[in-house]
Design a binder for this molecule. Structure first.
Ligand SMILES: [Zn+2]
Length: 855
């Protein structure tokens, strides 16, 4: 709702104002106080201060002046020193400013304290736990700093009624409660956009809502700058005046019988992390899992409805064709809750078009849709909690239409900036990339359907419904408290996954919280599931751990939970989250915990996928190059989605080399193994051999030759200005190759290869590096070298040179690098009768090696 303009209020008053506000908001008990001095005597300083204000009664009573829009906040005496939950969310933003609609930003405990004639807003530290029975709890404040975020003079006090009033503009039209403007990044590049200064003049209230249990103040922050500081996206209208709308919500601390449940390393919940300061345990953790407060209506019944179900609203922005699929996918979680004793734990309703509430209202859990320029995510399922207990109080799911739009990262693929190697979501573990994965995979599968089977709309529709189901299952899973499980896709064999009957019964993986590869059969008639369509065995088990009702007796309860956890060694319950997964080189150790992989034999599965990719590349021109009357853009997009898959699959294969399986079973747990077991040497060698064949061999990119001359992007305005539009195929191929060689030669990989020899690894660093050298050099050692291989060989020699000089690699890695550089130099000396190009190449390699060794 826009700020009520000053002009409107100067002209009309009273009744009209009341109607205006009522029409735009469902806030309770709005009234205009003291509309006329004759009607109501100004009885006190307090009343005078709020004269001519609109009143929003609720948890905190808020007064907004009807002349200038300024806001005053009433704090009751009994609210002083009480804890409140503060929750901050971007209501709207531009990504250039680090904000986007629905981004949950802050969830903390606030207290209002009185200091003589002032009130202070204090952020209370919640990182430590002191058992009140321990005398140490008397020192619980020692060396722990609460943060005084804001302090202001009390403007008026009504002692009789215990009411205090402050001018709230400096509190809200400022960044006191929550930092809005991002901290400058010391590594920001010249020309990068940054917000100007906060303008007190232009910033204003968008909306105020107050209810008995929560008060929302929504502010449009305007950042001003005399000139534009850097390049912006089209979403920014004018870089000199950029708005971010931010919602501040105060929530009453719930008083209920909710009992926290604690985290365990074997199951993956989001947590509020706290250290137990009085414990002498080796793991003094008091980490609260995030979960909803489900209580059985009938505590005696094995299966009961909850007193308060989790209610989801499908926002009225949702494309109608998908609403049923979204509803069914959300409700599919109910089956998991049945194992935890709850019937109909989740309900789904559709927000009517005429709804008088806003999806930003924290009392509603809403599945929301946006179609943003440059979306930072494709789906995002955040929840906010009571930081004292971990109880989830509300959640939203932000869905991006980008997941179902065409894949448009074409340029990056040819300029070498294409992100072959998925970066970890750095900002917040709740950020979720599932939608980008689904988008890429869905387009790949569409191309496969078209090329292999000439598939019609019905087939594509079926594929999209599965993708949507999977997206919703995943995001709803987040809002139930579950974090990612990137190991779940490793539990079934390739044969099982490709068996339609098996897949229909068991699904493809252990959890919908994985980012596994889409399952595409090269034989369309034998196509099993593309994606899981219901929560997997891990999900059901995790919900049982989190939600099954507690026993009253603490000891019996501990034993009951331990019994559930003791099942963690069952193969279907395998778990590893983002912190474990190997998508970025240097992160993770266990190749089973990986994104974009599938099956218990990811090397075989990926090699199969690469075969399929070859077939598709062979058929690409025939299928897409014959659609008359359109440009080659669609052919180009299909090529990119197919080649993107190829990069993903070789990355998956590479993770076996130097891999170590890790087991988080507790000591004595049935089915547990030692914590660390190296990947068997033959599996590592098999991965190396597949990489040699599909990534480095002289004919590895043979099949795509026919397509290169068609890879044209459709011209748009002057978009090619400063660029050259011809496809940079060599950059594309080299990008894939370098990604794999730098992973294998990453300091962490190569150190792990040596350290894991102490507990069984037999594929030693010297052999790994020699095998990689062989894959890149041996096939054409004495003959002519093709252009892809020339690139790979030069780049590999450079990488070995870096290893030799690096202070992060161990000595064994350096020895292997030196030895292999000498070996390669020998190969170059032995070049026989080769063409001019290969002679030049050999001279280049020899020069680089001499530089590396002699410098
Ligand atoms: Zn996710």
């Amino acid at each position: 709702m826009p700020l009520i303009s000053r002009n409107a209020l100067q002209v009309v008053f009273g009744v009209f104002l009341f109607l205006l506000i009522s029409a735009c908001s469902n806030t309770q008990k709005i009234s205009v106080s003291s509309t006329s001095a004759t009607q109501q005597q100004v009885s006190s300083e307090f009343d005078k201060a709020i004269e001519n204000s609109v009143t929003y009664d609720g948890l905190f009573t808020v007064y907004q002046d009807t002349t200038d829009g300024s806001v005053k906040l009433q704090i009751n005496e009994d609210q002083i020193d009480q804890e409140f939950i503060y929750f901050g969310m971007s209501s709207n933003g531009v990504l250039d400013a680090g904000h986007f609609r629905g981004a949950f930003r802050e969830n903390k405990i606030l207290k209002v304290r009185r200091y003589f004639d002032k009130l202070e807003f204090v952020h209370v530290n919640n990182s430590f736990y002191f058992d009140n029975e321990s005398p140490l709890s008397r020192a619980s404040a020692a060396n722990i700093s609460d943060a005084v975020l804001f302090s202001t003079e009390i403007e008026a006090e009504d002692k009789e009624n215990g009411k205090l009033l402050i001018n709230a503009d400096p509190l809200f039209i400022s960044e006191s409660l929550s930092q809005i403007k991002p901290t400058p990044n010391p590594r920001s590049r010249p020309g990068e956009f940054s917000l100007g200064r906060l303008s007190n003049e232009k910033s204003k209230y968008s909306e105020i809502r107050s209810y008995p249990e929560n008060t929302d103040v929504i502010v449009e922050y305007v950042y001003d700058s005399p000139y534009v500081t850097g390049s912006t996206s089209d979403a920014v209208t004018d870089g000199r005046a950029v708005s971010v709308t931010f919602q501040h919500t105060f929530i009453e601390m719930p008083e209920n019988n909710y009992k926290p449940r604690f985290d365990d390393p074997r199951v993956g919940y989001f947590i509020t992390q706290k250290d137990n300061q009085v414990s002498t345990s080796a793991t003094p953790y008091h980490d609260l899992i995030h979960r909803w407060n489900l209580v059985k209506k009938d505590p005696e019944a094995e299966l009961s409805e909850p007193v308060e179900p989790i209610v989801w609203w499908i926002e009225n922005t949702t494309p109608t064709g998908f609403r049923e699929t979204i509803q069914n996918a959300t409700l599919a979680w109910n089956e998991a809750f049945e194992k935890a004793g709850f019937k109909n734990a989740i309900q789904v309703k559709v927000q009517p078009d005429s709804a008088d509430w806003d999806a930003g209202d924290v009392r509603y859990n809403v599945l929301r849709w946006t179609s943003s320029p440059n979306p930072p995510f494709g789906g995002y399922g955040p929840s906010f909690v009571n930081p004292r207990t971990g109880e989830i109080l509300g959640a939203d799911i932000m869905l991006e239409w980008a997941a179902f739009r065409s894949y448009t990262r074409a340029d990056d693929l040819f300029t070498g900036s294409f992100d072959f190697f998925d970066m970890h979501e750095s900002m917040d573990p709740r950020y979720c990339s599932i939608s980008q994965y689904l988008s890429e995979d869905r387009q790949f599968a569409s191309s496969a359907l078209l090329i292999l089977d000439d598939a019609g709309e019905e087939d594509i529709d079926g594929l999209e419904k599965q993708a949507m189901t999977r997206l919703i299952l995943h995001e709803v899973g987040h809002t139930l408290g579950l974090n990612h499980n990137m190991q779940a896709s490793s539990i079934y064999s390739p044969e099982e996954i490709n068996d339609p009957e098996f897949a229909a019964e068991n699904g493809l993986s252990g959890s919908v919280m994985d980012y596994h590869s889409i399952n595409v059969n090269s034989d369309h008639d034998a196509q099993s599931l593309y994606y899981d369509l219901q929560p997997g065995p891990y999900d059901v088990w995790a919900i049982e751990y989190g939600y099954s009702p507690a026993l009253d007796d603490p000891e019996a309860e501990d034993a009951r939970l331990e019994e559930i956890l003791s099942r963690s060694t069952e193969p279907e319950l395998a778990f590893g989250n983002d912190a474990d997964d190997m998508r970025s080189s240097g992160n993770g150790i266990d190749p089973r915990v990986m994104v974009r992989d599938l099956s218990s034999d990811p090397v075989e599965y990926s090699a199969d996928r690469i075969q399929l990719i070859s077939t598709l590349l062979d058929g690409l021109v025939e299928k897409y190059g014959t659609i008359e009357g359109q440009s080659y853009q669609e052919l180009r997009n299909a090529f990119i989605s197919i080649m993107g898959q190829r990069a993903r699959q070789t990355t998956v294969i590479s993770r076996q080399i130097g891999g170590v399986y890790r087991d988080r079973a507790f000591i004595g747990q049935e089915g547990g193994t030692q914590p660390y077991t190296p990947v068997p040497a033959e599996k590592q060698r098999e991965a190396m051999s597949q990489l040699s064949e599909h990534l480095f061999a002289p004919d590895a990119f043979e099949e795509s030759h026919e397509v290169y001359k068609y890879l044209q992007e459709q011209r748009r305005g002057f978009d090619f200005f400063g660029e050259t539009e011809d496809p940079k195929v060599h950059d594309l191929v080299l990008g894939m190759q370098v990604g794999v060689m730098t992973h294998i030669l990453h300091p962490s990989t190569i150190k792990r290869i040596t350290n894991s020899r102490l507990y069984g690894n037999t594929y030693v660093a010297a052999d790994v590096v020699r095998d990689l050298t062989s894959a890149i050099f041996d096939a054409d050692a004495s003959g002519n070298v093709n252009t892809f291989r020339q690139n790979a060989q030069v780049e590999y020699v450079k990488v070995l040179g870096v290893v030799l000089e690096s202070d992060q690699h161990d000595n064994l890695a350096k020895s292997a690098a030196l030895h292999n550089l000498q070996y390669i130099r020998g190969l170059m000396e032995d070049k026989g009768n080769v063409n001019n190009e290969t002679m030049a190449h050999a001279a280049h390699i020899t020069y680089l090696i001499d530089e590396a060794i002699e410098s």
